[in-house]
Ligand binder design. Structure first.
Ligand code: NAD
Length: 330
């Protein structure tokens, strides 16, 4: 038929399917991003990649050594120059994230220079590795103050600005050491897992203002890992492989919030806290005995059908549901 004939010709016209549709392109034009610890390693790459896609940057770095000692303006200044060479805008901030004054100054820098804050990447970090047996309170405190307090100090003033704007994207940097454990890093693991808790609640508080917060656990070749990672992998573990996931989570088009993602070498996956179905032990009137816990251990420990909970109320609800007399009990 004529219709079939013209259909044939329509199909024969080559379609420009090679190019990605323009609407999918992730851009940050007109947006302002703060990246802490952006003078080196992962933070530097995040800052450069955001700038290449139109963001204006606050490059924060106190320029200290791996354990946080000392300081120099050179680290942040160099990255600011690199960004300007790309034709993008950036300002340097040399404040430490470890104090509330430092955090406030970093956010003020963004507002003074560019008038708003759309993106905060909490990335600054140091290491003070030591087994617990040898760990000094000062080594515990130094790690907590940069990683955990640091995220509070910077995110709080930025969050206030984001609330006003009705928009924000926040990243916290967690770690496999916190999510799974790593010998000699109780201080670092505790701070990194603390950031997951911070995120879990801030996702709820940011919900109605379109503020999304996610956690990224990177693995990348930087000075933090140069003596830890196997040399053959070190070459392949470029920070450039972590940045695409971080940039996606910072995009307007990304509605994800409250999630943890591992990112390394081109491998990306999500990690989550899940809760097993558990068991009802005892009669629900008197507390059970430790022996009853022992007897029911396999059921308590069983993770078959384990599920995530969006918040503590949902998790508690699931537990209370188990007390419903109609539901089966052990
Ligand atoms: P890096 O040492 O190359 O970069 C960290 C930067 O943070 C440095 O430039 C440092 O000067 C800066 N910094 C430190 N303390 C600061 C402070 N108080 N205020 C402002 N800036 C400060 O290390 P990296 O590997 O790029 O680490 C970036 C983040 O990723 C850290 O939070 C780290 O814990 C985390 N992380 C890295 C890996 C990895 O494999 N590299 C793994 C898990 C987590």
């Amino acid at each position: 038929t004529e219709r079939g004939f013209s259909g044939y010709f329509w199909k024969a016209v080559p379609l420009p399917i090679q190019e990605e549709p323009k609407s999918d392109e992730i851009r940050f034009d007109g947006q302002v991003a703060i990246v802490t610890g952006a003078g080196a390693g992962l933070g530097r790459i995040y800052a450069l990649e955001l700038a290449k896609r139109g963001a204006k940057l606050v490059v924060n770095d106190l320029g200290g050594s791996r354990d946080g000692a000392g300081g120099s303006q050179a680290a942040a200044d160099t990255v600011v120059e690199e960004i300007k060479a790309l034709g993008a805008e950036a300002v340097a901030s040399y404040d430490s994230v470890a104090t509330p004054e430092g955090g406030a100054a970093i956010v003020e820098k963004a507002v003074e220079a560019f008038g708003r804050v759309d993106i905060v990447i909490n990335n600054a970090g140091i290491l003070r590795d030591r087994t617990l047996a040898k760990m000094e309170p000062s080594e515990w405190a130094a790690i907590r103050s940069v990683h955990l307090d640091g995220a509070f100090n910077v995110t709080k003033p930025a969050f206030m600005k984001m609330r006003e704007q009705g928009y924000g994207r926040i990243i916290v940097t967690t770690s496999a050491a916190g999510l799974y454990g790593n010998f000699g890093q109780t201080n670092y693991s505790a701070a990194k897992m603390g950031l997951a808790g911070f995120m879990n609640t801030l996702k709820l508080e940011g919900e109605k203002y379109n503020i999304k917060i996610n956690a990224v656990a990177p693995v990348a070749a930087t000075r933090l890992t140069e003596d830890v990672l196997p040399p053959d992998l070190f070459e392949k573990l470029k920070p450039e492989y972590v940045a695409p996931l971080v940039l996606y989570l910072c995009a307007d088009s990304c509605s994800e919030t409250g999630m943890v993602f591992n990112a390394e070498m081109g491998c990306y996956n999500r990690a989550a806290v899940v809760t097993g179905p558990g068991a009802i032990v005892g009669d629900g009137v008197a507390p059970p005995t430790p022996e009853q816990i022992q007897q029911n251990w396999d059921a308590i420990n069983d993770m078959t059908g384990a599920a995530e909970s969006y918040n503590a109320t949902v998790a508690l609800g699931a537990m209370l549901e188990a007390f419903n007399p109609k539901s089966e009990s052990t």
